[in-house]
Design a protein. Sequence first.
Length: 474
Amino acid sequence: MAYIVLARKYRSQTFDDVIGQDPIAQTLKNAVKTGRVAHAYLFAGPRGIGKTTMARVLAKALNCLAVDAPTTEPCCKCDSCAAIHIGDDIDVIEIDGATNNGVDQVRELRQNAIYRPARSRFKIYIIDEVHMLTVPAFNALLKILEEPPSHVKFIFATTQPNKVIPTIQSRCQRFDFSNINPNLIAGQLKSILGQEKIKYEDDLILPLAKMAAGSMRDALSLLDRLISTGAEPLTIALLEEFLGCPNTEKIENLIAKIGDGDAADTLAAIEDLITTGLSEVQVVDSLTDYMRDLMVVKSTGTESELLILTAEQRNRAGRLAEKFDITAIIYNITALEKLRWAIKNTDTPRALLDALLLRLALSEHFMNVDELLSQLQTGSSAPVKKKEPTNVKTETRDEGRGRIDNGRRMTEDRRQKLALSEVEGTEDRAGTNNKQRGKTSSQKKNELINDPAVKTVLIGLDATITGIEEDQKH
Ligand SMILES: [Zn+2]
């Protein structure tokens, strides 16, 4: 028997089977139960998350031959149910909007729609990627949507609902399908592996589910590819070798080196990842994902449901999070996002990758305006906390970072040095801290804000922040 891909073999049969779209399934069930099924639906959402599956389940519910009226629990065995399930029913017509997008095809549809269904209660048109229709085709479709024969139902599916003209949208009941939670995908993967009697290692499942980025179809096609290697049990090593999944330990190692501010080891850790066959963009993506996890750990702790990690991975993330403060993590994520864009548009991606990750490793934490003011306010001359990077001489570090910055904006280092020197300057002009004593804190604050030297620093900080924001817009 020919091999059927998993996504087809395990396509959900009933409303209760469809994974991750419970509210929509529930609403449609109610509509069927109460006889309030609309004559046109628009199913919107990313690919591979169950739009076509839900459309077929609804068609079965309306047309199941085992009962006399629409049912929320189609038999899934009668000729109609069986034919609808594989997309080959005489009364449920599936049309690919991408290839049948012309006005002639829609006119033909209109002519055929007036005839009653051959054996079922309804003639149902499922038009996939409906946004691909041409404007004349949309207009032709609109005519039949305005006054459809009572035996006709339309189910439109689209990944780009914004491209479906408003006059069509307003005649449909719209459902927005959401990305499927990786935990739900993981559960389905385990269930299928069980039914297929294929051995696997448990730590494979979550990374595999995460790679699918919310799409059940993608998850199952990744699993198909793993199974086709013939290896058993299926392991995380296979995932890395055949599907290019980044090695988690190596990513964690790179993050640790950045957190330690260790230049030589950071470069070595990048090399280690690149030699596993990852592209520079994949390295950046993996780092961004991991930084996001660290941000969640910092904000909500290691037990957060927002983390899709195993217990052991949670512990490791908790330890790594201690190496960063939250502002540094947020800065790193935005910097990585910019780096991703830059890497895609350069002929020397590796140099950019090395340079930016070194910069992250060597950059001191952000000092924000509030922090600066509060230090000025208390007259504290305590130096800004700095991590002294190992393995790098101070002179070369400054020189290198200046070059990365290309003179466009201050480095954190220089900004902090400037801030400190300005503070010291202020204190000198004020005749040491003595004169400051005896004043209320708000008086001191106002004086400081109005001090020309402090103003210069604040304006500089503002300009830097605006510069970063402007850069991100482009
Ligand atoms: Zn049936």
